[in-house]
Design a protein around this ligand. Sequence first.
Ligand code: BGC
Length: 519
Amino acid sequence: MPAVGGFDKGTGKAYPGNLTPYVTVTCVVAAMGGLIFGYDIGISGGVTSMAPFLKKFFPSVYRKEALDKSTNQYCKFDSETLTLFTSSLYLAALLSSLVAATVTRKFGRKLSMLFGGLLFCAGAIINGAAKAVWMLIVGRILLGFGIGFANQSVPLYLSEMAPYKYRGALNIGFQLSITIGILVANILNYFFAKIKGGWGWRLSLGGAVVPALIITVGSLVLPDTPNSMIERGQHEGAKTKLRRIRGVDDVEEEFNDLVVASEASKLVEHPWRNLLQRKYRPHLTMAILIPFFQQLTGINVIMFYAPVLFKTIGFADDASLMSAVITGGVNVLATIVSIYGVDKWGRRFLFLEGGTQMLICQVIVATCIGVKFGVDGEPGALPKWYAIVVVLFICVYVSGFAWSWGPLGWLVPSEIFPLEIRSAAQSVNVSVNMFFTFIIAQIFLNMLCHMKFGLFLFFAFFVVVMSFFIYFFLPETKGIPIEEMAEVWKSHWFWSRYVNDGSYSGVELVKENYPVKNV
Ligand code: BGC
């Protein structure tokens, strides 16, 4: 019987190629696309805990927080309008990733990145200049459109550019820049909140222009992926590019496979409808469940609301922003660990280790908060050591996420889809991710109010479910060329019934009918 997660290297393909400086620099620039997403995740939590911002746009929340000292701690920040501010962006991102699927497929990955940067820029300017709530919301919708385009195209770009042996590490550059974006935003919030006159929030929101310009300019100077050039008929140019990227002359085999994959993808007229075919069942399942589970780890409760959360458990304004900076730093460092390990230890190991670590921490944090706050949310005086212990375990939890579900939630989907469904499947991945990010952003404060410390146990439950899912259903994809990925499903104990030798993929059909010699 085929192994649970194993792969017996069926095709034994090994394309020659090195990690050239050219491909490294290219991938670093492209990965910057993650900055806009990260900056935004980090900035909104801090801004919504700044008093002048609340006073101007959400006075009722401000009054509740400032005046009503007797309210239950768990429910202090429960406001639909405030959460709508945070979450509106994710709905916009969801919609735009669907449009981006077509742009990415027909016009290439670069153009999607360019759109992403420009839309994000516009949103940042409107937000920084906001005079009324509607401007905030319009700005965030534009930011969302930008993120939809970037998250659709950047992970695909990276996975296509990278030599397969280093695909994990290079792709995680995207997640690394997400985490750097979050950290920079947290640090800026910390300082901008101190600006006299209370207009620091304008700098926080308007500052998003900087990462937006980086990816806009970046997308203009980046080369096309060879896949994308072949798709547009530039075969000779693509081969030269592939030689340059891989740093070797012998790129024949990989080039031919790319041509074949591209021919196959041209035969596909309805990539969306195609996704529903039986042989794509494992891909569709992963495109839906991986982002769903990533969000159900509960990470964004920490990312969006860390300052609010830390305030809830008894930190002063300043100290709570500072702790958010600490969790942000841990997030970046732990992501670097996964860059180091992903192509050595594999995806499954990281998923399972990270899951176990998160689970343990969630149970401990729930217990700590439960013991002190009880169900009525009245903590009394909180000893300092207690708050430190909570922050410590939150950090261990964040690091568990940062070397597992964080990067892998973007890497694994981008490397398992065959070219003929790649753009469509990736946009399912992005939209599901954004939808659940939206749900969590929208209802977290309300959940905290009702589920209290049990909220952490709620997410812990899902971490158990997702770890079992990975153990039984996700095959290892480390060290396998993208266009050879069909083999991992064929040798999997469960998925082999959907993807078997009888169910040819588009690529195989083309290979049979049009064997490619030297193009
Ligand atoms: C997730 C985000 C999350 C971030 C935290 C990303 O992979 O998609 O929702 O906020 O990681 O680092």
